[in-house]
Each structure stands twice: as C-alpha cells, then as structure tokens.
Design a protein around this ligand. Structure first.
Ligand code: SF4
Length: 455
C-alpha cells in the first residue's frame, strides 16, 4: 500500500477520533478483572507480590494529586491544593514507603527511575519533594543514572531558583503540561500559560542541566489546524528536550458540559486525524521519540523501561502498580488512603492476577510502543508460544490496515502505525475485551473517579 492509501484506510476504517477514543496507552487496562482486597488479605498479597518480583531494577511512581485549579481536559481529577491536607497526605505517603519496605520488597533491588506525577507535584514545596526522595534513597538504592522526573505546572516554576533547587535535590528531568500556546483555547480549558513563560522555564532548566519535556494535545475544544501549526512553530523555537503529543480524552465533566452547550467546539474526526498526522510528522522531523517510536532511553527513560515491562511500584492514593503477574490499585479517596496507613495497613483496594493471556496481551501492547517492536524469539522464550499464533487475527487486521509489519524476526508498527499508536492500543484493548465478552467496553484509566474533586 502507498502512503495515501494507508492514511485513507486508517482514517476511514480505524481512526477512533475524539468520541470513541480512550487514553489506553501505555498500559493494558482490563478493569472487569479487578478483585477487591480486604485489609486482612494484604499480608498474603504482599508476600505473593514479593515472591513474583524477581527483577533487580524497578520503577517508582509517586502520586501527588493536588492542583491549584482544574483544567477541563484533565483526566486525573486531583484535589484542590490545601496546605494542611497536603501535609497529612505527605505524612501518609512516607508511612506507606516505610510499611512497604517492611515487607522486604525493596531488598536487593535498585530504582532505575522515579517519577513524581499528579496532580501538580510542584504544589508541594521543594523541601517536601526532598523528604520523599530522601526517604526513597534510604529504603532502596538508586541505579546509576537513575532518571528522576517531576511533573510541574508552569505557573509553579516562574522562579528560576525553584528549578535550581529541584536540580540540587536530585531531580534531573522536568515535565510541564502546556497542551497548547493558543490563549483562546487555554481560556476554554481553564488554563493560563504563555509562550514566554514556557520558553523561560525551558531555558532555566537547560541552564542548570535539567532535561525538560513539554506535554501537548490535539483535539482540544475549539482547536483548529492553524492553531496546531502555530503551536508547532513555537515548539520549534523553544526546543524542549522532549515533547509528548497525546489526544484529548473526553472524560472531564467540565468539557462534557462545554461540548453539550457548544457542540461546534468539538474537533471533527477528519480534522483531528490531520492534527495527529501533522504533529507526528513534526515529531519525527525534529527527532522526538514518544510511544510508538522509542528507540532508546535518552528522551524518557522511565517510559522506555516501562515499555520493557520493568515493574512499576506506585505510592500514593489512587495509583496503579504493575508487575509481571499483578496489577493493583490503591484506594482512591485520600482520607481512606490515610486512614489505612494510620492503622499500619497498606491501602491496596483491588488487584488483578494477570493470566498468561493477559500477560501476553500486555507484552504485546507495551512492546509495540517501542520502535523495535516484539522480538518473536523473545516472546517464544517467555511464553513458549509464537506471537503470530496467539494473535494471528489481530496482527492480520493491523497489517491489512498498514499499521504493522514483520521484519527480521520482529513484529512492529509501521511508520504510520506508530503515528496512530493510540488507535493501535485501543484496538488491542478492544480485542482483549471482546475475546472475553462482546458486552465488555473500554474504560478510561481514570475509571472509578471521573468526577471533579474541586466541586
Ligand atoms: S491537567 Fe490541570 S488539573 Fe489536571 S493534573 Fe494537570 S494541572 Fe492539574
């Protein structure tokens, strides 16, 4: 198939658009398999987890779910920033790290990457972030070159001295949400960040040797192709180290209301397709790697290792951890989270024991987001099965669409398959769900909490 035919096939028959799209990358999410975990079962659960965790290196995620205001594109549903509440939450988080350590899970392991996400982690002071990092370093060794990222709201980084201090406490990568530079769109999204603010932050980060990522979005309410082009022009001048472009996932009640009242603001499917295509062409031309095109760990080590299935152990309320055999979630509500910890119990609320088929789906979903794709020999050794035998019809479908190819013993995304990696991930999840029951439908990762904590 030629380029035009591939693109038209993807657009006409495969592209999930805005309304059918769920942000399902990077990881497999099959929520119907969750089982509740009673507090009395936590000890056994942790002992099993420990036994199955044979990897020497792990990733640590720290969730800091507080923000100063709520953006209408948000799918994280943070709490409103509040000094006293955050103080209590921080104490609970440090206690969680201690209790977890008591189960011996960190013994003999190293942290390859640490990621502060949220929310706005920088709604906490640098001193607070330092306390968390100091605690982590006291319970687990850090691998050499451990990548330590903090997400940050641009408004919290206006003082360059804050960035210097973040570097001094060990953070070596910043990730700021920007989504667009278009003032009118930002207003609709309840957000303020200017081009000059972002440029200043990128320069300040570079001045002190920090790597910096900018998160961007397509499909924002009222967004046009012209606006996307202007964003790309600005990014070309600002030159962050990495850019992640994702599609707006319509889950926040604020944006749902906005679209109900102003349906014309929703970007139509063909325009959204062109936005995704253009932004991905730009990413490739500028050497930026993201899901679907990761070649190495230089740009985003944490995600790169995640896609190689390095276990993720997450701390904080409403976090999801993944190991080879298990996926488990903490309690969502911060008071419930803290009350468990006050009683000395890990606040694990539910878990999935991944079946062999789930594990194969997960490996496939994750590895296809790497440029090199799935090494068939590696898959065969791991599961004693040929991936083409297990996923024959899924692979044929994606190949017929021009999204997948097989070469030199590897199954991987084509250039255009990588551009539309979000659709590939949704397709894999749909296939996994339909295999179990026709009635199962995709859920957003924010499944559980999909209402604002600000109201
Ligand atoms: S998108 Fe907005 S509301 Fe959501 S976590 Fe980021 S800064 Fe907070």
């Amino acid at each position: 198939m030629g380029k035009a035919e591939i693109l038209s096939t993807i657009r006409e028959t495969f592209f999930y658009g805005a309304t059918d799209y769920t942000k399902n990358q990077p990881d497999l999410f099959v929520p119907h398999k969750f089982k509740m975990l009673a507090p009395s079962q936590v000890d056994d659960f942790m002992n099993n987890l420990n036994e199955g965790l044979t990897e020497k290196e792990i990733l640590i995620y720290i969730h800091l779910p507080f923000c100063f205001s709520e953006c209408s594109f948000c799918n994280s549903f943070p709490y409103r920033a509040n000094h006293e509440v955050q103080k209590k939450y921080l104490a609970s988080l440090l206690k969680e790290l201690d209790i977890f350590t008591g189960y011996g899970v960190f013994k003999g392991k190293k942290a390859k990457g640490i990621y502060f996400g949220g929310g706005t982690p920088t709604s906490f002071s640098n001193g607070d972030l330092d306390r968390i990092l100091t605690k982590i370093s006291s319970v687990i060794s850090l691998s050499s070159g451990c990548s330590i990222t903090s997400e940050a709201h641009p408004l919290t980084l206006s003082d360059p001295e804050r960035i210097v201090q973040m570097r001094d406490i060990g953070i070596n990568r910043l990730s700021i949400g920007c989504q667009t530079f278009d003032k009118d769109l930002l207003k609709l999204c309840n957000r303020r960040n200017t081009k000059s603010q972002i440029a200043k932050i990128v320069n300040s980060a570079h001045d002190v040797g920090l790597s910096i990522n900018i998160d961007m979005m397509t499909g924002l309410p009222g967004q046009s192709l012209g606006s996307v082009d202007r964003d790309l022009e600005i990014l070309s001048k600002i030159k962050p180290d990495t850019v992640e472009y994702i599609r707006h996932e319509i889950v926040n009640p604020k944006v749902v209301k906005l679209y109900k009242e102003n349906p014309h603001l929703m970007v139509d499917k063909d325009t959204l397709f062109e936005m995704v295509y253009r932004t991905q062409e730009w990413m490739t031309a500028h050497g930026y790697q993201q899901n679907g095109s990761f070649v190495d760990s230089r740009q985003w080590a944490y995600r790169y290792h995640w896609l190689h299935e390095m276990p993720i152990i997450a701390f904080g309320s409403r976090t999801r951890s993944y190991t080879k055999f298990t996926c488990y979630d903490k309690h969502e509500d911060i008071s419930t989270y803290s009350s468990f910890l006050d009683k000395g119990i890990l606040p694990i609320g539910r878990f999935i024991s991944l079946s062999k088929k789930d594990q194969m789906y997960r490996s496939t979903l994750l590895r296809l987001q790497l440029k090199k794709g799935i090494d068939k020999k590696w898959f065969q050794e791991k599961f004693s099965l040929n991936p083409s035998d297990v996923f024959g019809s899924l692979f044929s479908k994606l190949t017929d669409l021009g999204c997948l190819e097989e070469e030199n013993g590897a199954i991987r995304l084509t250039k255009h398959g990588a551009y539309f990696v979000e659709d590939v991930c949704d397709c894999i999840i749909d296939t996994a769900l339909k295999e179990e029951s026709e009635s199962l439908v995709r859920s957003p990762h924010s499944e559980g909490t999909t209402s604002s904590m600000f109201d």
